[in-house]
Design a protein around this ligand. Sequence first.
Ligand SMILES: Cc1cc2nc3c(=O)[nH]c(=O)nc-3n(C[C@H](O)[C@H](O)[C@H](O)COP(=O)(O)OP(=O)(O)OC[C@H]3O[C@@H](n4cnc5c(N)ncnc54)[C@H](O)[C@@H]3O)c2cc1C
Length: 404
Amino acid sequence: MRTTVAIIGAGPAGLLLARLLDAAGIESVVLESHDRAYVERRQRAGILEHGTADALRAAGAGARMDREGLRHTGIELRFEGRRHRVDFPSLTGGRSVTVYAQTEVCKDLIALRFRGGGPLLFGAEALAVEDADTDAPRVRYRHEGRESVLHCAYVAGCDGYWGVSRAAVPAALSRTYERRYPYAWLGVLADAPPSHDELVYARHDRGFALLSMRSPTVSRLYLQVPESTRAADWSERAIWDELDLRLATDDGGRLARGPITATSVTPMRSHVHEPMRHGRLFLAGDAAHIVPPTGAKGLNLAVGDVVTLARALVAHHADGDPTGLDTYSATCLRRVWQAERFAYAMTAMLHRDPDATPFDDRLQLARLDRIATSRAAATDLAESYTGLPFDDEGARKGGTPEPR
Ligand SMILES: Cc1cc2nc3c(=O)[nH]c(=O)nc-3n(C[C@H](O)[C@H](O)[C@H](O)COP(=O)(O)OP(=O)(O)OC[C@H]3O[C@@H](n4cnc5c(N)ncnc54)[C@H](O)[C@@H]3O)c2cc1C
């Protein structure tokens, strides 16, 4: 098989890239190792930055999001029994976020692809990217029990942290930056109306808790747990009791409870692979970087990467202009590192490290108090949370193009 852009992975990165290329009239083939039901059911992110929502609209994938998504104009921080609301529009010149699950984003993009886009092969596992540093790269893959080769002009490695694309960048050219955290998130999905109308981030001596939602009738809640925790270690009742404790405020109130329909444990990791380009292979999304989920950045970074990549591929393919491809890695990495910084800062401010000293606890509370009392500190949080613009001007001027 032959195409212009081979896209490995049908997560948000691969699917949105495919859609943007379809819209620009550039051929692509998407290879996805799992089946459609798995991709559409996998519970993950749920907060879309302002720019992500705009990008989905511009791609023609925003209609259901605008109907069913929830626009949020702030978050609440809870600590020492106090509440403090961070108001996004007044701090950012009108920006907000949209609560709309990653599962729904993927469903919308898959439906669009099948309604007139190029091929999207489920159950097609990429085995290796070959000759990425030549003008004729190819992807070896297995589909329906047979091995085949996809010849292409460019490869987009959108296959997440566990994919094969990153391995095609020679070790001698790769740099990896990583931090692991000594705790994880126990996540639950519950058929219960959200107990607050915005997300609540709670710092508690027993550990972090997050109250979030997927819809007016479905709550998404998280508890910080030790790294080795298994979801089965927690009963439904223990989960609700612990959430009540950690989210408690001096003005009282308990969470609305309901049946828990899914549980999962997510390890916390920061990871960046540089560069994000090798020859004609471009890494995007989790294939290149992971953030701890505290800042709600993972999905949004994936979208930022592929918006930048699509622009660059269109400019190169249509006009022969290589500038966007040459600066792709530097452009994305500037944004990635800002998100890494923010996700790390939110994680460190809100989680209880098992080795924390009373001094560390005081510092956490001082950071939270600073946000509650300083407009400058609150603005930094609000700007980072609602998302930096998908603007590559800075990198064009200051970024060093990566070697081809
Ligand atoms: C449990 C969990 C909870 C999360 N919660 C949040 C959150 O609350 N907020 C947030 O912002 N982010 C969250 N994230 C992160 C967010 O979901 C990711 O950043 C986002 O999915 C990245 O999209 P992606 O397309 O780059 O990668 P993925 O969504 O991982 O998609 C990669 C795709 O590639 C496919 N693939 C892998 N290998 C191959 C191969 N060899 N051949 C073909 N296909 C392959 C995979 O099956 C997958 O469909 C969470 C992640 C996890 C794991």
